[in-house]
Design a protein around this ligand. Structure first.
Ligand SMILES: *[C@@H]1O[C@H](CO)[C@@H](O)[C@H](O)[C@H]1NC(C)=O
Ligand SMILES: *[C@@H]1O[C@H](CO)[C@@H](O)[C@H](O)[C@H]1NC(C)=O
Ligand SMILES: *[C@@H]1O[C@H](CO)[C@@H](O)[C@H](O)[C@H]1NC(C)=O
Ligand SMILES: *[C@@H]1O[C@H](CO)[C@@H](O)[C@H](O)[C@H]1NC(C)=O
Ligand SMILES: *[C@@H]1O[C@H](CO)[C@@H](O)[C@H](O)[C@H]1NC(C)=O
Length: 358
């Protein structure tokens, strides 16, 4: 494993394209580029949930929800109706889809703008299954460990992050007992930037926070009892911290962030863990700027892709070093297979990244 890892690094440095062992041949960053799809939307699309190389859902401002079933060749608008309300007041900053029929989406905001909608029939009908009633709550993101069990995260209420939980795919939600959640620090909050401030992976749950320096990363085995790492190795501040935390298995995680007001600020904006998020090590070479989302590439071991408003980067060594792959702006990224990542962002931008076909 070590040797192959070294070969990979070398290949990248010399821009070689192919390596002898395809199983560990991640990709060379030199030929990677995003292909934009025609969404015909101007919404900012921070919610992204590809189901496969062909099916993807995106969500965003003005209550917008779009879906493609042909790899992005065409998109249809499946936005819920807002009877008597103004769609402009709703921003769907996160979406989780299971198929072309089934999806759960989260609208963020103050008071009752924080909501959850569920569809089971491909967006023909949406059911409003949660409307926030707490003045202090502000929901940022949601995550599911399977089609039934999910958590949604709100900024702290009464000094602790607020979580609500579903066991039926988002149809009903209950507040998680705050008892098992550590106290938030003054000024701490989550970023509703890419739908990945909460993560479910390999039987664990994680929360990424900012507003404090450094940003923090919480972890839990059951979604109820949490511990927090005070040392994410990612710089925090009023507009800075950990924006996205993702795990590829029970041990290996990557986290990215930075300061969204400094899109090209490229210090202390990424870290990795190999102990399930207990401790974090800052990257050796950082992504090219503030990064709001990161995703492991399934089946490519140490490969992950990060995106932000100033560009995107790839790591071939599980987050230790990052290499730029473009300067197009995106907010969210999700890789669905060895071959395809999707990204979404401002002005209706949704793109696919084709990795090598090996
Ligand atoms: C694109 O959007 C505009 C404005 O909403 C609409 O008039 C037009 O028909 C759309 N085009 C396609 C190809 O959907
Ligand atoms: C909806 O909200 C937008 C943005 O605040 C505003 O420009 C628009 O006039 C509103 N539409 C209605 C029907 O109130
Ligand atoms: C949400 O709050 C607004 C204003 O506070 C109110 O007009 C509206 O009826 C509420 N909507 C729901 C679904 O509770
Ligand atoms: C993290 O910081 C908080 C607040 O300063 C402190 O109570 C807690 O013990 C620290 N946790 C660890 C694991 O160091
Ligand atoms: C992005 O990269 C392209 C191609 O290298 C270049 O032409 C363009 O000026 C860059 N844009 C920014 C904002 O750096």
């Amino acid at each position: 494993m070590k040797l192959l890892y070294r070969l990979t690094t070398l290949a990248l440095a010399t821009f070689a394209v192919a390596l002898p062992n395809p199983q560990y041949n991640p990709v060379s960053s030199s030929y990677l580029s995003w292909s934009l799809t025609a969404t015909n939307s101007t919404a900012q699309l921070r919610g992204l949930s590809p189901v496969s190389n062909r099916i993807a859902w995106v969500s965003g401002t003005s209550g917008t929800i779009l879906r493609t079933t042909n790899g992005g060749a065409s998109w249809i608008n499946l936005s819920p109706p807002f009877a008597g309300e103004n769609a402009s007041d709703f921003q769907f900053r996160d979406i989780q889809a299971w198929s072309e029929k089934s999806a759960v989406t989260l609208s963020i905001g103050e008071g009752n703008a924080s909501r959850i909608y569920v569809t089971k029939d491909g967006g023909k009908n949406w059911k409003k299954t949660f409307v926030n009633e707490e003045a202090a709550a502000f929901y940022d993101c949601l995550a599911f460990e399977n089609e039934k069990h999910g958590l949604a995260l709100s900024d702290p209420v009464d000094g602790k992050f607020r979580l609500i939980e579903t066991w039926n795919g988002g149809t009903s939600w209950k507040t998680v007992d705050p008892e098992g959640i550590p106290a938030a620090l003054t000024g701490e909050f989550g970023f509703a930037a890419s739908g990945t401030c909460i993560e479910a992976a390999a039987g664990r749950w994680y929360i990424a926070s900012g507003g404090v320096d450094p940003g923090r990363i919480y972890r839990s085995n059951d979604g109820h009892h949490w511990e927090v790492s005070n040392q994410s190795s990612i710089a925090g501040g009023a507009a800075a911290g950990v924006f996205s935390v993702r795990f590829r298995d029970e041990k290996h995680g990557v986290a990215v962030g930075g300061d969204y007001e400094k899109p090209t600020g490229n210090a202390n904006n990424a870290a990795w863990s190999k102990d399930g998020g207990k401790s974090w090590v800052k990257a050796g070479s950082f992504p090219g700027g503030y990064r709001s989302g990161v995703s492991w590439v399934p089946g490519r071991r140490d490969v992950a892709v990060a995106v932000g408003t100033s560009g995107s980067d790839i790591t071939l060594d599980a987050g230790k070093n990052w290499h730029g792959i473009g300067n197009g702006t995106f907010d969210a990224v999700e890789c669905v297979s060895r071959h395809v990542c999707w990204a979404s962002g401002a002005k209706g931008r949704v793109a696919r990244l084709e990795l090598s076909t090996e």
